[in-house]
Design a protein around this ligand. Structure first.
Ligand code: OSB
Ligand code: MG
Length: 368
């Protein structure tokens, strides 16, 4: 496979409703897509983070620079830019997992298309559809939250995740439990908003039989998460703190988490995501597939990953209309609480030319 061209397309898609978390409020998905052209096939990917480094340290303009100046030159210098060769070639560049994931996934898409192989087959997926959960943002009032949760349950979502922060935690969880009952699969995500001093308060959540509490403490503080886990019966789940399979190994060894949110972008791509799945599964630690409000380009391969056998908890892989009135691809539609795993070669989806033209704000040729 010879790399002939790499394009970076800035896109901006309005969200159907603002999404508020402990780190900020998003009203649109502003990111970039990568399009690679090889002598055998074309491939697509989506950068998962945002214009501002609030969820993680990476951000759109930074990732564009890192890909253009540091990652792509190393990849273009490879005699054969196969997916397997990519991570070793990029390893000298520290961190920047989301930027690396974008480049690796676009080339993986092209490589798999050249082989005629769906990503689900490549990864070892065992299901043709996956149960869909939904991540519900912080609201201005409890009635507003209950209305939103009710709407999502009516649509068929099988699990609810509530975003929490100090001042919006025990009461919203109590309100949702009171209204929708103890059988509802329910979990919370703090996006690093608490400290160990909040442990007595967070213990109050133990009364509500939550599936997990996601990233309650500072990013990368495995020791603090392990100390918190000792004081909670609710399983701690890590998101932001897991950047590599090695992080996952440390976290499991320290009992810093009993569940892992696997976001392929956050861990440098699908190869590393599968390693984390394998490692966690070998330790009896359940994993689930997180989300970053992706367009269909990022969502399609995530659905394939979520169909691996160790993904035993519903993910944040919601239907396209939960995010966008119009997506950049054919939309993913919820059916009986599930989304289909793409079956065509590569990531199994591509932008619709019309929608792409309308949502693209700038195009840059990075390599030709
Ligand atoms: O912490 O999981 C998170 C969205 C953007 C950034 C971080 C997170 C999220 C979500 C929503 O919780 C996941 C989704 O629906 O894509
Ligand atoms: Mg999270």
């Amino acid at each position: 496979m010879r790399l002939e061209r790499v394009e970076l397309l800035h896109v901006a898609l309005p969200l159907v409703t603002p999404f508020r978390t402990s780190f900020g409020t998003m009203t649109s998905k502003d990111t970039f897509l990568l399009r690679v052209v090889t002598d055998e096939a074309e491939g697509w990917s989506e950068f998962a983070a945002d214009p501002e480094p609030l969820y993680c340290s990476e951000f759109v303009a930074g990732a564009e620079t890192v890909i253009r100046d540091f990652l792509l030159p190393r990849v273009a210098a490879l005699p054969e830019p196969t997916t397997a060769a990519l991570a070793p070639a990029m390893a000298a560049v520290k961190g920047h997992e989301l930027a690396k994931a974008a480049l690796e996934t676009a080339l993986l898409d092209a490589e798999l298309r050249a082989y005629g192989m769906p990503i689900a087959t490549f990864l070892g997926s065992v299901r043709d559809r996956v149960p869909a959960g939904v991540s519900v943002g912080i609201k201005d009032s409890l009635p507003e939250l209950l209305d939103d949760v009710e709407k999502y349950l009516d649509e068929g979502y099988v699990r609810i995740k509530l975003k929490i922060e100090p001042g919006w935690d025990v009461e919203p969880v109590r309100a949702v439990r009171n209204r929708f009952g103890d059988a509802l699969p329910l979990q919370v995500d703090a996006n690093t908003a608490y400290t160990l001093a909040d442990a007595p308060h967070l213990r109050k959540l133990d009364a509500f039989d939550l599936l997990l509490i996601e990233e309650p403490l500072a990013e990368n503080n495995l020791h603090a998460h392990a100390q918190l886990q000792r004081r909670l019966t609710t399983p701690v789940c890590l998101d932001e703190s897991i950047h590599t399979a090695s992080d996952a190994a440390s976290a499991i060894a320290m009992d810093a988490c009993r569940v892992i949110n696997v976001k392929p972008a956050r861990v440098g791509g699908y190869a590393e995501a599968r390693r984390i799945h394998d490692l966690a599964t070998a330790h009896g630690v359940p994993v689930w597939c997180g989300g970053m409000l992706e367009t269909g380009i990022g969502r399609a391969p995530n659905l394939a990953l979520a169909a691996l056998p160790g993904f035993t908890l519903p993910g944040d892989t919601s239907a396209s209309r939960r995010y966008f009135a119009e997506d950049i691809t054919e939309p993913f539609v919820l059916e009986d609480g599930h989304l289909p795993v793409p079956t065509t070669p590569g990531i199994g989806i591509a932008p619709l030319p019309d929608a792409l033209a309308r949502f693209t704000t700038a195009t840059r040729v990075l390599h030709s």
